[in-house]
Design a protein around this ligand. Structure first.
Ligand code: SF4
Length: 246
């Protein structure tokens, strides 16, 4: 059995997918988000090695809580799809053992290239970085059209998705971006939840610990009123925003 590179594990996650979840954060990310709160995940050669069997066996210790709450296993990152064979093995074993599966991704991988994984994925958490291609490239190093196609693929296959968007003052909160976001998401029929995640600076220390300059130094955290404004713009498109202000 192949071994994957693991950054960390959270045994009792309550925000990354439905119910109580066992969350596996994989090591390695091809993106370069300026606000990355897990800067220590980027290096694909770091982390600790484990097999999918070790992961799922450990997750099964919490099966009662997961079943009771409608939860299961979530694989996040870094970027979970950057270790596709390993991700597939975790999900396959999870399903064989009666656990639901949730993939947390930026959508940077062509969906049809990982169709075997998506066939056994119950929910996708899709973090849409920015709807304007040049801005997405500049902010996160992603070709946003790949993520948009990823979202369309999930819709075609009727795989439930939670869309997420990090609201960064002066970076992702332009009317143009938020209008495009609302317009696009309103075309999808598989969205179970749309969350606006207010930008925070809790991950800055990880950059500092690595001796790196934080790229968004000086940008303020998003406040409740920023989220409210973004919510109002997006909801004009008939898309309901789920957030803690409600
Ligand atoms: S996708 Fe996530 S882990 Fe990767 S750079 Fe962006 S915020 Fe960091």
């Amino acid at each position: 059995m192949i071994k994957g590179k693991i950054h960390s594990i959270e045994t009792f996650g309550t925000v990354d997918g439905p119910g109580i979840r066992y969350i596996v954060f994989l090591q390695g990310c091809p993106l370069r988000c300026k606000y990355c709160h897990n800067r220590d995940t980027w290096n694909k050669n770091g982390g600790t090695e484990k097999t999918a069997e070790e992961i799922v066996q450990d997750a099964l210790k919490y099966k009662t809580y997961m079943e009771f709450s409608g939860g299961g296993i979530t694989v996040s990152g870094g970027e979970a799809t950057a270790q596709p064979e390993f991700l597939y093995e975790i999900f396959k074993l999870a399903k064989e053992n009666g656990l639901t599966t949730c993939l947390d991704t930026s959508g940077c991988t062509k969906a049809s290239d990982i169709s075997d994984i998506l066939d056994i994925t119950d929910t996708v958490l899709l973090d849409l970085k920015h709807m304007i291609p040049e801005e997405a490239k500049n902010l996160a190093g992603i070709d946003i059209n790949t993520a948009i196609d990823f979202a369309r693929y999930l819709d075609e296959k009727n795989i439930p998705v939670w869309i997420r968007h990090v609201l960064v003052p002066g970076v992702t909160d332009s009317e143009e971006n938020l209008n495009k976001m609302g317009e696009f998401v309103s075309t999808l029929n598989n969205v179970e939840r749309f969350e606006i995640l207010p930008y925070h600076t809790l991950g800055v220390h990880k950059w500092e610990e690595l001796g790196l300059k934080y790229p968004l130094d000086g940008i303020p955290q998003a406040e409740d009123e920023d989220v409210k404004r973004a919510k109002d713009i997006i909801e004009k498109y008939g898309v309901e925003i789920y957030n803690k202000l409600d």
